[in-house]
Write a protein that binds this ligand. Sequence first.
Ligand SMILES: C[S@@+](CC[C@H](N)C(=O)[O-])C[C@H]1O[C@@H](n2cnc3c(N)ncnc32)[C@H](O)[C@@H]1O
Ligand code: FES
Length: 450
Amino acid sequence: MEPFHHHVFVCTQDKPEGVTCCTGSGSWQVLRALERELLSQGLDNDVQLSTCGCLGLCEEGPILIAYPDGVWYHKLEVSDVPEIVSSHLRGGKVVARLAWTDAPAMKAMALEHRNHFRAILKARDHAGILPDDLNEMLRGFMSSRAVLTALELNAFTAVGSGASAEQVAQKIHADSRAAEILLNVLVSLKLLEKKDGIFHNTPASARFFCEGSPDNARPALLHTVNLWDRWSTLTDAVHAGTAVSSRSRDSEGVVSFIAAMDRNAKERAASVVTAVGPAGIRRMLDLGGGSGAYSIAFARAIPDLHSEILDLAEVVPLTQGHILEAGLSGRVTTRVGDMLRDPLGENYDLILVSAICHMFSVEENRSLFARAYRALAPGGRFVIQDFILEPDKTAPRFAALFALNMLVGTRSGSSYSEPEYTAWLRDAGFSEIRRVRLAGPAGLLLALRA
Ligand SMILES: C[S@@+](CC[C@H](N)C(=O)[O-])C[C@H]1O[C@@H](n2cnc3c(N)ncnc32)[C@H](O)[C@@H]1O
Ligand code: FES
């Protein structure tokens, strides 16, 4: 029994540069046009749209298959989409001029393609050639570095509503030959477009990388630029077993770090508040609260909550700015301090450590948990949000990579596993320890002071 009237597959297989494939022939554009057209013809709830991998008919792409009729359309263009939707998906009448009905030819082409592909793989394997996916992983830094440099130089803002390489070079005080090379790469990465020698921002770049856009993420993304410097010391850090970069964050670094934290936190805060639940929380302590996004979200959800944010001296003025902007200065307050050394206070109903534990060693976390236990009122809750590893510490990949991020950035921080957290919490006296899996790379651990 089909749950949808039609199920439509569009091949969106990408292939190495120079190899014919549906993506290269415009299948994503066809798919997007299909989404728009289904919506505008009121059919989006009747037609299930899916992408699919190579069907072996790459020379004939973009390919679209419409089920339950089993009609294969080929060589599609965006301009064909309204007719397919209105005639076939709405009216049940196949668009004969676009349908490919020569089944024996289709099968022969698909089989030939498959055999050819298998032969190539076998030959490459025989010759000991490095597989493409390994190559891509090894060279992945090139694209990343190109974008980070463009962000660092504010090149997207310089491109603005259209500029030549020379104009961009002048604005960002760069060499014009080098600027052109960089801008060309950004075009190849689909972050810019180029027409008649003039570079233009794509809608996404204009939205997320340019000054003046309300969604400009550049201030936060500059934190990733800073991470690059630290990651380039990884080899030495692995030798030394600890961070070797002696560079501490300057004030610009602190601003971009807190901006990056704020972006993440704002995205997740509502789901964290829901997972923890508001019941019984009047006094909250937000250790290393950063921008204050979590305290602000809890204060908005619980009208009589007072939250205190404890953070370092260089961060607290930024925290205060966010609190002021949220209009919550009366109920969200700040305290400058070192959570590892200074008294935490007492009688809290909730203590939150979000993105904190990975900065510290096992012993520092154990001690912090024990002190947090004593700072809670009976019945109070301790909430950890972090990148929590599976027991053998090899997954999720982001959490595993983040352990390296801490190796290059801290004295003895790391990502930790759920069994480690659970053991530390138990030893500190907590009970009813519960894991909540949230969307995204971080998860929660909730524990109770009985
Ligand atoms: C990764 S950020 C997390 C910010 C916030 N909790 C969040 O989830 O968005 C870590 C925060 O801990 C603060 N911090 C680091 N070491 C600290 C310490 N010893 N005492 C107090 N705050 C500290 C940093 O200044 C920063 O604001
Ligand atoms: S890439 Fe679409 S059929 Fe091969």
